[in-house]
Design a protein around this ligand. Structure first.
Ligand code: FE2
Ligand code: FE2
Length: 383
């Protein structure tokens, strides 16, 4: 078993590399481990760190058009909020969630601290509309670019998180078409239906060892892989990880020269993938235990069950169940409208609310925020 590390969602600032422990992962280079396939269905949610819940709420609901589907606390750090935003129904794979940790320093992208996440829009013509809309809201936006066979825009949220907005798979896009798209300047005064962000397209952790990460995810979770070049940075490759239906819901940026990152404000804390049934999650836990990979065990999060572990570079991954979902304790139309707590925290409600109020009094956020700039090229590790 790996030496003790944090596998739950308490704050965790990465200070040491997992490389010294990589012997544990070398077994995945052996052919003798059987594959476990077909259990992972795609992404479930992605969790990040924000400095201010009000600025965060305004950005993700008013600027990106998502709905807050849960306002609660971090179950491993109960005096700090946990905010969930998703599509109207809280569909699996649409929820971006944030721990509010105002006292944390700004994080740094690197090993253990993923680079960016991407949301899908339903149609290509949503891209110029998004560009117009985001610019009109004062957000600095780069693109469109063709990345991974899709057309993408890139921006940073008020905390500096890199968010990509991308189209469904559109192989064989001509450069003329992109030029045409750039010249369209549709004026939009709201987020229209065809602009709506749907589910995640991919998340992008960083790997220092392409082959080891590939074997780890193939052998441990039965996922499939392929490799593309990264047009944004020489010497790096994109390791695409997916399943039969979706070939690349994880797109690792891989390079032996990747440096350690740490998770702070404006960074991805962990990436959750979904399984259909509780039994599938148990199978994965047994696999982790059999191969000596440290993990959290099954944790009941009330809206789903979670299992946490780290990949060879220390990126925190989670396997989450689809059920019971965000409507387990609130009707659809009321989702996210008030602070909800799992039953075991209800006795502490008063104390929790007091502490949150005190936290709010200490950290005021300005609106509109001054948006951090994104360097181009967007998927470079320099960002
Ligand atoms: Fe991307
Ligand atoms: Fe999670």
């Amino acid at each position: 078993m790996l030496p003790s590390q944090s596998y739950n969602t308490t704050r965790y600032i990465r200070t040491t590399s997992f490389k010294s422990e990589s012997d544990y992962f070398m077994q995945f280079k052996s052919e003798s481990i059987n594959k476990l396939s077909g259990l992972i269905k795609g992404l479930h949610h992605i969790t990040l760190v924000t400095s201010n819940q009000e600025v965060n709420r305004r950005f993700y609901t008013e600027v990106l058009g998502l709905k807050r589907v849960k306002l609660t606390v971090n179950q491993d750090d109960i005096y700090h909020r946990h905010l969930f935003y998703a599509d109207e129904k809280g569909t699996t794979g649409s929820a971006i969630t944030f721990f509010e940790w105002p006292e944390l320093p700004k994080g740094e992208i690197g090993l253990g601290s993923p680079h960016h996440l991407a949301y899908t829009v339903p149609r290509i013509d949503a891209i110029p509309k998004w560009k117009f809309w985001l610019s009109s809201q004062g957000v600095s936006v780069e693109g469109p670019f063709v990345r991974g066979g899709r057309i993408s825009l890139y921006l940073r949220d008020p905390d500096g998180v890199i968010v990509e907005i991308t189209t469904p798979n559109t192989d064989n896009i001509s450069s003329e078409y992109i030029k045409e798209l750039e010249h369209l300047a549709p004026s939009v005064s709201e987020i229209t239906q065809e602009m709506k962000l749907t589910t995640f397209d991919h998340a992008t952790p960083i790997s220092s060892d392409h082959d080891l990460t590939e074997r780890f995810l193939e052998k441990l979770l039965g996922l499939k892989s392929s490799t593309r070049t990264n047009p944004d940075q020489e010497g790096t490759t994109i390791l695409e990880i997916g399943n039969e239906d979706r070939s690349d819901f994880l797109r690792y940026i891989a390079t032996p020269s990747a440096r350690d990152g740490f998770v702070g404000k404006g960074n991805v804390h962990h990436i959750a993938m979904s399984v259909e049934e509780d039994e599938d999650q148990l199978k994965i836990m047994r696999r982790l235990n059999d191969t000596g990979i440290g993990n959290s065990g099954i944790v009941d999060r009330f809206w789903f069950k979670s299992l946490y572990f780290r990949d060879p570079d220390g990126n925190l991954l989670e396997i989450a169940t689809k059920r019971p979902g965000y409507t387990a304790d609130e009707p659809l139309e009321k989702l996210g409208s008030k602070l909800v707590l799992p039953a075991w925290l209800e006795p502490s409600r008063q104390r929790i609310e007091k502490k949150l109020e005190a936290q709010d009094a200490r950290s005021s956020g300005e609106w509109p925020p001054s948006y951090p700039l994104l360097k181009s090229p967007p998927e470079s590790l320099q960002n």
